[in-house]
Design a protein around this ligand. Structure first.
Ligand SMILES: [Fe+2]
Ligand SMILES: [Fe+2]
Length: 167
């Protein structure tokens, strides 16, 4: 598995989990937001995107703008999530319930956009670069609390398997 596949597996898990209603409980929503920032967005912003932006694409400047747009989405998603938690904590259930669908839609559109405009280029990079990136991402995953596994869809066995494969 390479890093694009890994991130798309997480996107798949996110697509499923938002439709189960599991995140409508604020405690689950909080843990999900932590997972999103510590794992998924962290890997994208600190490992995946820097490598992609560094590559010598024909449309390098245009591509940089695409990545900037996606990074701005991350800020928006983070702010929205923090507000949603704040509204619930302040007893504003109406706003919490009203804004959750917006959060899901924003996240879903964002993930689809990444797959369309960024992830599709990954296989054009050299294999060695892609493999190192996966190893770096796994270092982040290894450090994460197992309580996040439910959101990534990964099992402990999967983590151990990937570790053996890449180190
Ligand atoms: Fe993202
Ligand atoms: Fe993503």
């Amino acid at each position: 598995m390479d890093l694009s596949e890994f991130l798309m597996v997480e996107h798949s898990e996110i697509r499923v989990i938002v439709n189960t209603g599991f995140l409508n409980k604020v405690d689950n929503f909080k843990t999900f937001t932590e997972f999103l920032l510590a794992d998924h967005i962290n890997i994208e912003e600190n490992i995946y995107f820097p490598i992609m932006v560094d590559n010598d694409w024909n449309d390098k400047e245009e591509f940089k703008k695409i990545v900037e747009r996606v990074k701005n989405d991350h800020k928006l998603i983070e702010t929205l999530a923090k507000n949603i938690i704040k509204w619930k904590d302040n007893g504003n259930d109406n706003l919490f319930n009203l804004r959750l669908p917006l959060f899901y839609k924003t996240l879903e559109d964002h993930n689809n956009y990444e797959e369309d405009h960024i992830f599709s280029r990954w296989l054009l990079l050299e294999q060695g670069i892609r493999q190192n990136a996966m190893a770096d991402a796994l270092s982040i995953v290894q450090e994460l609390d197992d309580k996040y596994l439910i959101f990534s869809g990964l099992s402990i066995n999967f983590k151990q398997y990937m570790r053996k494969h890449y180190f």
